[in-house]
Design a protein around this ligand. Structure first.
Ligand code: 5GP
Length: 358
């Protein structure tokens, strides 16, 4: 596992509120318990439970959002999540989050995202490049030597998520916010949230508008059996899709011919029982077909995983050695939504790592 931790990696499917450390969630729960807002002992075992159905996962997210939706907390979790990914040598992270409005505490979608940006700015343990170069204050050169040690650097770009509970108007508000925040590292839009809620036709106008305005799109697709929606999503030709669990032969064929890259979240799919067991996971089929895929965590906190853990699982389950795993990680550079300049810099990180591998 050590070499998988040391290897540079790219994370393209990580939900901010799903990636919080258990210790931080418990700390928030304890504070709200003391205030009498929640009953701590009820919440503690929910946070620490590791096996959950997809339905239970969404119930947990409702709880997490009660614990985390205030500006200071959003700033803190953003900082910690990025630090955690950087610590395991994720060199490029596309972090996604659903901008939230909470009138009772004066939170707008915009101020929620300002709190996220504040979190990125507040990181001082690693160098964070989160915005197009001319605007990124905290950025410095790769492998900056300070005190004789190599300082880590992570590129972070943001995806704003539309929650499937939202209306077309609310989805459009998120897209307009993403457009406003392009200079702060927002590169695209994600469609997520409980897959049994909402209709594709509700989100389509906002997603179409986003794409026309130059934002990249990734869709949670095929998390539950829904042939009509899967077909409509594939016809939309998004930049990437996440999961692709409930694809029948016809949709799998369409996916492969369209070459839409797939974000694969092995632990998430197994824990939520979207896929019965690792040996029947569609990773193997897509990998053997040389389809563009990227291993991702989905919700490192909720599913108690890490990106190195996902690589380790793939390596052992599908019998892939060091060279294959490195190549898998390296290929993901081509799937990132950031501009060509960043892409080139990430390619160079892998080139340099490849020289050390030989
Ligand atoms: P947030 O957007 O609040 O930062 O991250 C948590 C949210 O991401 C959840 O409320 C949910 O909308 C979305 N999410 C996290 N994991 C999954 C998943 O596995 N599937 C889907 N469809 N949505 C998810």
């Amino acid at each position: 596992m050590d070499w998988l931790v040391a290897m540079p990696k790219v994370e393209l499917h990580a939900h901010l509120n799903g990636s919080i450390r258990d210790s931080t969630l418990l700390e928030f729960a304890r504070v709200l318990g003391e205030k009498g807002t929640i009953n701590f002992s009820d919440v503690e075992h929910v946070i620490l439970k590791s096996d959950r159905s997809l339905r239970e996962v969404f119930k947990l997210f409702d709880l997490i959002h009660i614990l985390t939706t205030d500006h200071k907390t959003v700033t803190r979790i953003t900082k910690e999540v990025v630090e955690d990914f950087a610590a395991e040598n994720v060199v490029y992270l596309e972090l996604r989050t659903t901008p939230k409005r909470n009138d009772s505490i004066g939170m707008s979608k915009h101020s929620y995202m300002d709190a996220v940006i504040e979190g990125l700015r507040s990181i001082n343990t690693v160098d964070v490049d989160f915005a197009p170069h001319k605007l990124c204050e905290g950025s410095s050169h790769m492998n900056d030597m300070s005190n004789g040690t190599v300082r880590k650097k992570i590129y972070v770009r943001l995806l704003l998520s539309i929650d499937r509970r939202e209306t077309t108007e609310a989805a459009m508000e998120t897209v307009k916010l993403a457009l406003e925040m392009r200079d702060l590292g927002v590169v695209g839009i994600d469609l997520s949230g409980n897959p049994i809620v909402g209709e594709w036709s509700t989100f389509f106008p906002a997603l179409k508008f986003a794409r026309e305005q130059g934002l990249s799109i990734t869709l949670h697709c095929g998390e539950v059996p829904n042939k009509k929606e899967i077909q409509a999503m594939l016809d939309f030709l998004p930049g990437r899709i996440g999961h692709a669990c409930f694809f029948e032969e016809e949709e799998m064929g369409k996916l492969k011919s369209s070459k839409i890259p797939v974000e694969i979240c092995l632990t998430s799919n197994i824990r939520t029982a979207s896929i019965a067991s690792i040996d029947v996971h569609h990773f193997a089929d897509l990998y053997n077909a040389k389809h563009p895929i990227v291993l991702c965590t989905d919700d490192a906190g909720v599913f108690s995983t890490s990106l190195s853990g996902e690589y380790s699982l793939a390596s052992s389950a599908f019998d892939l050695g060091k060279k294959e795993m490195f190549q898998l990680a390296r290929n993901t550079t081509e799937l990132i939504f950031a501009d060509d300049e960043v892409k080139q810099e990430v390619r160079e990180i892998f080139e340099s790592a490849a020289r050390k591998l030989d």
